[in-house]
Design a protein around this ligand. Structure first.
Ligand SMILES: CC(C)(COP(=O)(O)OP(=O)(O)OC[C@H]1O[C@@H](n2cnc3c(N)ncnc32)[C@H](O)[C@@H]1OP(=O)(O)O)[C@@H](O)C(=O)NCCC(=O)NCCS
Length: 180
């Protein structure tokens, strides 16, 4: 999968996550989620779970964001996505999602799906920008806060969506070229 990773403008770079990245990823996790993922779970995801694909975003070599998804038959399930708080609002969460959608499409996904907290309107706006629709909900899904989960999906396998991604990539890379 590494061969299909997007190549964003410098200083940004995307690559697969390794076990050596777990400490830094967990530091961002703690700043991003009410209940951070335990180190052991990341080790399992990276070394045992054949369905799991995790990527990190670096600038220039420091990890500033990450994402992960599972390939379940023809469905890509987004497991996590986060950017370091200091790097938010610059298009980098979008870069991680765009890269994930490209990777998922190349791996044969026809559908991408995810759960998001009802209260997390920032993440929902990001997903809506990529045409994810709310297709259901799981009441009180998140045990830590009691928040509901919204289930959001987007169909990946059509020419219109491929063009949408290509246009989004062009616009995003232009934006990133203007960033410091
Ligand atoms: C969600 C998250 C990854 C977005 O990352 P980011 O780097 O700040 O996002 P970007 O700068 O790439 O913004 C992409 C889009 O997200 C939405 N967005 C980002 N910040 C927003 C804000 N403060 N208010 C509303 N929408 C916002 C917009 O649609 C934006 O597109 P635009 O720039 O064209 O307006 C980041 O906020 C984060 O790590 N949050 C904590 C972890 C989390 O909630 N993950 C999602 C779990 S489901």
């Amino acid at each position: 999968m590494t061969s299909t990773m997007l190549t964003p403008p410098p200083p940004y770079s995307l690559r697969s996550m390794t076990v050596d990245d777990i400490d830094v990823v967990r530091a961002i996790d703690r700043l991003s989620f009410p209940t951070p993922v335990k180190a052991g779970l990341y080790v399992h995801e990276l070394t045992q779970n054949k369905m799991a694909h995790y990527q990190v975003l670096t600038a220039p070599e420091k990890i500033i964001g990450y994402t992960g998804f599972w390939m379940l038959a023809d469905e890509a399930h987004v497991i996590t996505i986060a950017t370091h708080p200091k790097w938010r609002g610059r298009g980098l969460g979008e870069l991680l999602l765009l890269n994930l959608l490209y990777l998922a499409g190349e791996a044969g996904a026809t559908l991408a799906t995810l759960e998001v907290r009802r209260s997390n309107t920032v993440a929902q706006a990001l997903y809506q920008k990529y045409a994810f629709d709310v297709v259901g909900e799981r009441p009180r899904y998140y045990q830590d806060t009691g928040d509901d989960a919204l289930i959001m999906t987007v169909m990946l396998k059509d020419d219109y969506y491929a063009r949408t991604l290509a246009q989004a990539k062009k616009a995003l890379f232009m934006r990133l070229r203007g960033a410091d």
